[in-house]
Design a protein around this ligand. Structure first.
Ligand SMILES: Cc1cc2nc3c(=O)[nH]c(=O)nc-3n(C[C@H](O)[C@H](O)[C@H](O)COP(=O)(O)OP(=O)(O)OC[C@H]3O[C@@H](n4cnc5c(N)ncnc54)[C@H](O)[C@@H]3O)c2cc1C
Length: 119
């Protein structure tokens, strides 16, 4: 059985920020992400960054093919950078879709243990 101080579901803006901070504070952290194409989350892979890249390309008069190529280069670079930011610093990045199966709370001397099964 794996034990973590924190398991984050989703490698998005929220999850990666929390994971990095807790990891830097010495906690054992895992991030579960269902798609490798989404390392770093919605913003860098399919939302803020790709849309802005396309707007800038359109302003420059680029062709659609060149625009899409540039979009892929920019998001690919950020996706890889985000992965390294967590994985190279000791956060376990688990490629899986997380589901809560069972959970159990236990409170001993004010310390709350939460046991969760994931598949
Ligand atoms: C078109 C568009 C443009 C935008 N532009 C901007 C902008 O310019 N500036 C700005 O500040 N914001 C912008 N946003 C908003 C921004 O993208 C979101 O605020 C931000 O992504 C939210 O971060 P998050 O961590 O909550 O979720 P997300 O970044 O969506 O991350 C959630 C992650 O969880 C994963 N996940 C979900 N369920 C599971 C599961 N069960 N198991 C494993 N993994 C799971 C998903 O695959 C995803 O990677 C834009 C959004 C859109 C759609």
């Amino acid at each position: 059985m794996l034990n973590y101080d924190l398991i984050v579901i989703g490698f998005g803006k929220a999850g990666k920020t929390l994971a990095a901070k807790m990891n830097a504070a010495g906690k054992k952290v895992a991030v579960i992400e269902r798609s490798k194409a989404m390392y770093g989350g919605t913003c860098i892979n399919i939302a803020c960054i790709p849309t802005k890249t396309m707007i800038v390309a359109a302003e420059k008069g680029w062709s659609f093919d060149d625009t899409m190529k540039e979009r892929g280069v920019v998001t690919g670079r950020l996706n890889a950078k985000n992965y390294k930011m967590l994985a190279d610093n000791g956060v376990d990045v688990i490629d899986a879709e997380a589901h809560f199966v069972i959970y159990r709370f236990e409170s001993i001397n004010s310390i709350i243990n939460l046991e969760i099964s994931l598949f």
